[in-house]
Design a protein around this ligand. Sequence first.
Ligand code: NDP
Length: 396
Amino acid sequence: MSHVLIIGAGGVGSVVAHKCAQVPEVFSRITLASRTLSKCEDIARSVKQRTGIRIAVEQVNADDVTATSALIRQLSPDLVLNVALPYQDLPLMDACLATGVDYLDTANYEPPDVARFEYKWQWAYQDSFTEKGIMALLGSGFDPGVTNVFTAWAAKHHFDEIHQLDIIDCNAGDHGQAFATNFNPEINIREITQRGRYFEHGEWVETDPLSWSMTFDFPEGIGPKKCYLMFHEELESLVRNIKGLKRARFWMTFSDQYLTHLRVLENVGMTRIDPVLYQGQEIVPIRFLKAVLPEPASLGPLTKGRTCIGCLMKGIKDGKEKQLYIYNICSHEEAYREVGSQAISYTTGVPAMIGAKMMLQGLWKRPGVWNMEEFDPDPFMHDLNTYGLPWTVVEL
Ligand code: NDP
């Protein structure tokens, strides 16, 4: 019986709230707090309608450590579940330290003025969290998140050593819009337009943004799709924690239409993250762009098709070479029927709920700051099958 304080009432926050409400034996009390109270109220209404569970709502600016600490003290939750934006990771970790409450998120901290994807800022909290006797679980979404758990599970049960890891993220869905992103546009575009990076023989190799591609034949009728190499944050922790990895890469599918729009927006300066002066006022172009693009949450009823995200691994077992592929397929329409969101929010929100459940049940519990692959993958893998993200493993 635990009280979870969810921060962030966006696409992912909505899924987390619905999924926590489906597991009242663990999440006996749920509070949803965000910058815009009306968004929390809308989600609370939907949760009540779909599950019969009443959740409390609060307004908070998570950049304000004092205000958030006061809210945490007032509510005394067992866990702060951060599904606001990556910018809020550090202020929320500070608020958890000030109040002695455990912390979970789904994306690594990013400084607003530089698009850097690194765990160094959050790993720096290792000593202070340990001394305070509280825990932070980093990156409990799908990628990062489930992909880390898939790798840890394969390392535990199927390999003596994994030598090559390719994480492949395919959205074979279609929302019918000329250009839209499936999660927060600002965060999404910052990530995609950065330089590519992969790990090989103990070193990071850089590539120009989206300059490398391959075609991968996705299972269960999804078929061949072009995937582009990019850096993704779970690579950084996996190469540290999975012993024997010689190469680790991340790939994502994009349609030609998406890439053409992105190129034009970049070329005309609309994806810039530095402020420009407009009619005497400073505006950040990518933030203005976010304001005119469709809200990811609005894509729920429009998106058809499926996602397929998985890990392709090569390594050795009992002296023999082995190749394994573990993946989940998630339907946009089924996610929408169940919780009113498309599959990108769903595949992030479900693992956030499961990560929280692992912590609150004491299955994953250790003071300090941890990535997903540092815990026993078995109970998490079990819960993926139970709570809406069933996985398949095939030996190739
Ligand atoms: P949205 O933009 O839809 O939602 C973000 C929410 O956070 C909004 O409700 C926003 O409030 C709120 N928020 C922003 N700033 C503050 C603040 N200072 N104080 C309080 N609330 C704030 O994003 P998503 O739901 O799509 O994404 C949520 C997180 O999930 C992101 O960090 C994203 O990177 C991560 N993610 C992780 C994935 C994974 O697989 N690991 C995949 C997809 C997303 P307002 O409504 O007022 O703007």
